[in-house]
Design a protein around this ligand. Structure first.
Ligand code: FAQ
Length: 318
C-alpha cells in the first residue's frame, strides 16, 4: 500500500530543497487543486484583462499608440494561452476551465471589472495594473511548479515592457495641456485603490497564503507585495507631478516604508462576488466572443482531423 505520509514528506523535502515539481511527479491533491485554481484564475485574468484596453484600440490618439496598444493586448492573449497550457499539465481540460469562467464559477482579477473611460486610463492600466501584476509575478518566476514558473519568466519580460509603455503615455500627458494633466490625475484617482486590491485580502484574511507559502507556490505574502508596490510607485508618481488619492500616505522613517490608508474591503469583495461596475459586461463580452469564434475552433479541429487521416493513409501506403 502507498504510504501517503511518506510521499508528502518527500514532496515537502523536494520543495524545501528548491527542486521544481514537474507534471509527472507525485504531488498532494491539495497542491494540484490550489495550482489549478491559481493558474486558471491567472489565465482568465489575462484574457478578461484584454477587454478594458480593447475598448481603446479604435480611439488610440495616433498610429504609434495604436500599434503599441494592439501589441500589448496580443501579448496578454499569449499570456492567457501559456497559462492555460501550464494548467492543462495538471490534468484539466482548457474547455472546462473556460466553461467555469463563463458560468461565473471561476474568479479572475477584480481589477478588470472597472471601466476604462478616457485615454489616460490606458496609461494608468499600464503603469499601475501591469506594475502591480509584475510585482506579484516576479516572485512567481520562482514558484515551485515547473511549467508555471517557466511561463512566468516569459510573461514578466513582456509585462515590464507594458508597464513602461503605460508610464510613457502618462509622462506625455503630464507634459501636455491643463486638460491632459487633469485627465491623468483623474485616471490615477480611479485606478489607484483597485490596483492595491489586486494583491488580494490582508494576510490575516487570506485563505490560501499560509499553505501556498509552505509549498513555495507563493514566495511573498499579499501584504508584503502590496507594500513593495506602494514604496516603488510613490516616487514614480512624483515624477509625473500628480498626487495619489490617499491622505494617509506618508513615509514612515521607523518602518522604512510608506504608510497608507485602509483599503475599502467591502468594495473589493463586492467586485470579487460579481457586483463590480463591469462584471456583467465583461462576462457578456467573453461569452459573445466564444460563440462567435466557435466556427474557427470547429474549422481548426476539422483540419487537424483531416491531416491526421491523411498521415495515417500515407504511412499505410508506404
Ligand atoms: N481579484 O487566499 P487569497 C494581470 C480571491 S494578471 C479576485 O489571498 P491567493 C496582467 C482568491 O482567488 C492579474 N479575486 O488567495 C494584465 C481567493 O478566492 P478562492 C492576475 C481575488 O490565491 C495586466 C480569495 O480571494 N494575477 O494583471 C483577488 O493565495 C494588464 C482569498 O484570497 C494573478 O492571478 C483579486 N484581486 O492569493 C492583464 C497572479 N485576490 O480562489 C491585462 C497569480 C484574491 O479561494 C492588463 N495569482 N482573490 O475562491 C496570485 O498570485 C494569487 O492568486 C493572489 C491571491 C495574490 C491574486
Amino acid at each position: 500500500m502507498v504510504d501517503i505520509t511518506s510521499l508528502e514528506k518527500k514532496f515537502q523535502e523536494r520543495i524545501d530543497s528548491e527542486i521544481k515539481i514537474e507534471p509527472k511527479d507525485w504531488m498532494p491533491d491539495a497542491y494540484r487543486k490550489t495550482l489549478i485554481r491559481q493558474i486558471s484564475q491567472h489565465a482568465h485574468s489575462e484574457i478578461v484583462g484584454m477587454l478594458p484596453e480593447g475598448n481603446w484600440i479604435t480611439r488610440a490618439p495616433s498610429l504609434r499608440r495604436k500599434v503599441a496598444l494592439l501589441a500589448k493586448i496580443q501579448d496578454e492573449a499569449g499570456h492567457g494561452l501559456y497559462l492555460y497550457s501550464a494548467c492543462e499539465t495538471l490534468g484539466v481540460e482548457r474547455e472546462d476551465l473556460i466553461d467555469q469562467l463563463h458560468s461565473g464559477k471561476a474568479k479572475y482579477s477584480s481589477i478588470f471589472n472597472y471601466p476604462s473611460t478616457t485615454w489616460a486610463d490606458i496609461g494608468a492600466i499600464g503603469w499601475l495594473v501591469d506594475g502591480a501584476a509584475i510585482m506579484n509575478q516576479v516572485m512567481l518566476c520562482r514558484t515551485s511548479y515547473g511549467p508555471y514558473s517557466r511561463a512566468m519568466v516569459r510573461i514578466c519580460k513582456e509585462e515590464s515592457f507594458h508597464q513602461r509603455q503605460g508610464y510613457e503615455i502618462l509622462l506625455t500627458l503630464s507634459r501636455g495641456s491643463e486638460e491632459q494633466k487633469a485627465m491623468l490625475q483623474d485616471a490615477v484617482n480611479r485606478w489607484w485603490w483597485p490596483s492595491l486590491m489586486m494583491f488580494g485580502p490582508n494576510d490575516k484574511d487570506s485563505t490560501h497564503s499560509a499553505q501556498s507559502m509552505k509549498w513555495k507556490i507563493k514566495r511573498k505574502s499579499n501584504d508584503e507585495l502590496r507594500q513593495q508596490f506602494v514604496d516603488i510607485t510613490v516616487g514614480q508618481a512624483k515624477v509625473l507631478g500628480i498626487t495619489l488619492p490617499d491622505p494617509d500616505l506618508k513615509w514612515n522613517e521607523e518602518r522604512g516604508h510608506y504608510d497608507f490608508g485602509e483599503i475599502d474591503w467591502e468594495e473589493f469583495w463586492n467586485v470579487v462576488k460579481g457586483n463590480g461596475p463591469c462584471n456583467r459586461e465583461r462576462m457578456a463580452a467573453r461569452k459573445k466572443a466564444a460563440a462567435e469564434g466557435q466556427w474557427v475552433k470547429d474549422a481548426a479541429i476539422a483540419y487537424a482531423e483531416k491531416q491526421r487521416k491523411r498521415k495515417t493513409e500515407t504511412s499505410r501506403v508506404a
